[in-house]
Every structure is written in C-alpha cells, then in structure tokens.
Design a protein around this ligand. Structure first.
Ligand code: ARG
Length: 422
C-alpha cells in the first residue's frame, strides 16, 4: 500500500511514536531537517492510554498517517512468555520489561514500513541508552535495507526547553502542564522510571516516582492468596479461572500493586558502559516468575534445574543487550520450550505488605515423594544404601588425599604436625 504523500524529497519514514514531547517534535523535525513524509506508529504492548488522543496528536504534528497497532497478545505470548519460562531477570533484579518490548516495536516498525512503502524508520532514543541498540539491531535483523534515523542522538538535537518552544511553534498540543522530571517507559510486563532526583543513587525514590505499586504503608493489613495454574510452563488460570496471558498478567499485576509488592530500585550496568539508576514497578512479572520457579522446583530434575540457570542468565543478558533476533536467542528459546513440557500444576502465592511468597505448590507430575522425604515411619528411603553410595561418591577425594599424604602435600595436616612438634 502507498499513502498520499506530500512528495517529500526522501520519501516516507515510519516513526515509533508515543505521543510524548520528543516523538511529537520528531514529526516536523523529520520533515524539515531530513526531508521525509512521516507515518507515526504507536505500538500498544499494554498500558497505552488514550490511543485516539495520541493518534490525533500525530496528525496535528503533521504525520501523513498514524497507526495504532494492538500488539498486546503478541507481546504476551511471544515476548513475556519466553521471558517467564526463562525466569529472566537482568542482574537478578529487573524482569526486562522494556528490553523485551523493543524488538516487537522494531518488528512493527518494519511491518509498517513495508505497508507504506517507506524507505526508513525513526525512533526517539538517545545515544546513551540500551533501547537504541535494541531497536536498531531489531530493524537491521528484519530488513537491513531500511535506513534508521535517530535524531535524538545527533549533536543538533535541542534541549527539552527548546523542544517545548519548537512544538509550540508547530502548534502541536503536547500535554505538559505538569512537567514530569522522569523518563518513563511502560508496558504490561513493567514500568521503568529514570532521571530527575533518581539520578542521585543515595536519594530514596520519592512516592511520585511510582504510579502503580502502592507504598507498603498503604497496603491492606490482610494478606491475599492467589493460585496460579501452569500448563507446560505457561500460566493459564488464576484461582481456577482460565484466562489468556494478557488478562492474567494484568490481574496478577493489579493484586501485587495493591499489596505494595513489585518496586525495584537498582543500579544497573548498561550496554553502553555506564551505570544507571532505575526504579521499576514490576509486580505482575516478578510474581509470575516467582510462581513459575516454584513450579519448576517441583517437577524438574536437579540437573535440568541447575543447567537451566546458565541458559536463563545467558538469555537475560542477550535480551538486555539487544540480541533478541540472534540465533543464540532462538536456540536458547528452543531449549526453554523443551524444558517446560512437564511444568504443569498449581502454585499458591501470598501477597502481604510488600511481599509475595510461595506458600504451596502441587502437580500431578511432581517429583517430590512423601515416602522418600518423610522422617515418619512411612519412610521408604533406603538408609542402608546411603553407606555404599557415599563410599563411591567420596572415592576420588579419598584417593587424592592418600596420594597427597604419601608425598607430604597435605598442607592442612602438615600445619597440624608442625603445631604438635613446637
Ligand atoms: N534500563 C531499562 C532497560 O534498559 C529501561 C530503559 C527505559 N527506561 C526509561 N525509563 N525510559 O531495559
């Protein structure tokens, strides 16, 4: 499909559009400085407010077309779910909500570029963050012929104050009456917040840095439990009520938010070499990861659990570092899906005053055997077999020790001998 064009010298560009100050300023900017007709593309992966308002703003800013793409289902099934199966946490804390969103935004930009016969895509990322890496590499992986324009990482990109004047001159109605000091990115897997006072790692995050997770002080005194049911690693029901991933994520997120669970305040190591401080609101993703890990603990073997951890942490790094479309990511995901075939059963989570704990788990495929674990007289574990097992298990160490002693290589023993002769 081609779109009515005003005949810009360089053709059409598709802009990843959020409706905020920067991407709104980018519409006339790309036209005036780069000579493109601009198609705005808003990718909804959860928590997008006022889509008609954002679309109207895109057109007011001079876009030749504006598209809102509902990608919630695709995001939940193909991005949140693999991240959950990987229990993916960057640096053991951050569930990668922004990071798993960017490759899907890149994909939708490419699809929209094809739809409109565009020659380039644009985004509003600065040169300092991880997101530019994720979007650029995503676009290059999917269509290397597309040019990528990112004016916010060019030297002539104006300051926020100048940008405000620029959008006012262009009659773009940007909603900035209450100037937020923060830089925010959000989707159904979490909300990321940086800048403003958060840039001082010693300053405690003020209450206004959080929008969803209640403060523990305001959380109810009564705990709340919820049962998450999994089928092959996928959460499929809450308290026995079957539901799709999108609804399930939103529901469990809301429970966590109410109980003050899911605030993360961390210093993280960015791909571009700097440390940054970010606060996250990730109640739903963290709670699901906790439940999913508990399910795996019950049904997977020790070796599979332990080995899976290396894949999990590799995958978390790959996702963080913009390598979503790398063949290694795909191979890790193949391992993950294989590992999930028996991850079926129920986990009970208890939310209370800022915490979320697993307090029960069950599965028809459970490897936990009461008769093997119990210390009562129902015990069927073979205690006598333990002796022979330990004899062979400890054999290599025993041989090592005998040889070492014969050659006076046993440091610990020699120290003892010296002490005895003093
Ligand atoms: N630091 C996170 C990441 O790299 C989030 C980045 C976006 N954050 C933001 N507040 N705009 O995945």
């Amino acid at each position: 499909m081609t779109t009515p064009s005003s005949g810009a010298p360089n053709g059409t560009i598709v802009l990843a559009y959020s409706g905020g100050l920067d991407t709104s300023a980018l519409v006339p900017w790309l036209k005036e400085k780069y000579g493109y007709d601009v198609v705005c593309c808003l990718v909804d992966i959860g928590r997008v407010k006022d889509i008609p308002g954002v679309m109207a703003r895109a057109e007011a800013a001079g876009a030749i077309a504006a598209e809102a793409i509902d990608a919630k289902e695709e995001f939940a099934e193909h991005h949140c779910l693999p991240a959950l199966m990987a229990n993916a946490l960057y640096e053991d804390k951050y569930p990668l909500s922004t990071a798993i969103g960017r490759p899907l935004i890149a994909k939708k930009l490419v699809e929209t570029a094809h739809k409109y016969g565009a020659v380039a895509v644009a985004h509003g990322c600065t040169g300092k963050g991880n997101d530019q890496v994720r979007i650029d590499i995503g676009v290059r992986a999917l269509d290397p012929s597309l040019k990528i324009i990112a004016p916010a990482r060019e030297a002539d990109w104006p300051s926020r104050e100048v940008l405000l004047d620029y959008v006012a001159e262009h009659d773009i109605p940007v909603n900035l009456t209450k100037k937020s000091p923060y830089s925010i990115d959000e989707n159904m897997w979490g909300r990321s917040n940086e800048c403003g006072v958060l840039e001082d790692p010693w300053v405690a995050p003020p209450e206004d840095a959080f929008q969803f997770v209640k403060s523990v002080d305001d959380a109810p005194d009564e705990p709340q439990t919820v049962v998450v049911s999994f089928e092959k690693g996928k959460p499929v029901a809450l308290d026995g009520v079957p539901m799709g991933m999108v609804e399930l994520i939103e529901k469990i997120d809301a429970i966590g938010n109410t109980h003050g669970f899911g605030r993360v305040d961390m210093i993280e190591n960015r791909l571009v070499g700097i440390k940054s401080r970010e606060v996250y609101e990730v109640a739903g993703s963290l709670a699901l990861i906790r439940a999913h890990q508990a399910m795996e603990d019950l049904v997977l073997t020790r070796d599979l659990l332990h080995f899976k951890k290396t894949i999990e942490s590799k995958l978390a790094d790959m996702i963080y570092e913009g390598q979503w479309f790398d063949p290694l990511t795909e191979a890790c995901q193949a391992f993950l899906f294989q590992s999930q075939l028996r991850v079926t059963g129920d986990v009970r989570l208890k939310f209370h005053k800022g915490s979320c704990v697993v307090d029960g788990r069950k599965s028809d495929l459970s490897l936990y055997s009461y008769k093997l674990a119990t210390y009562t007289d129902e015990d069927e574990f073979s205690h006598t077999a333990a002796e022979g097992f330990i004899e062979l298990w400890g054999l290599p160490i025993e041989v090592w020790a005998k040889v070492g002693k014969a050659h006076h290589l046993m440091k610990e023993l020699e120290l003892e001998d010296e002490a005895a002769t003093v």
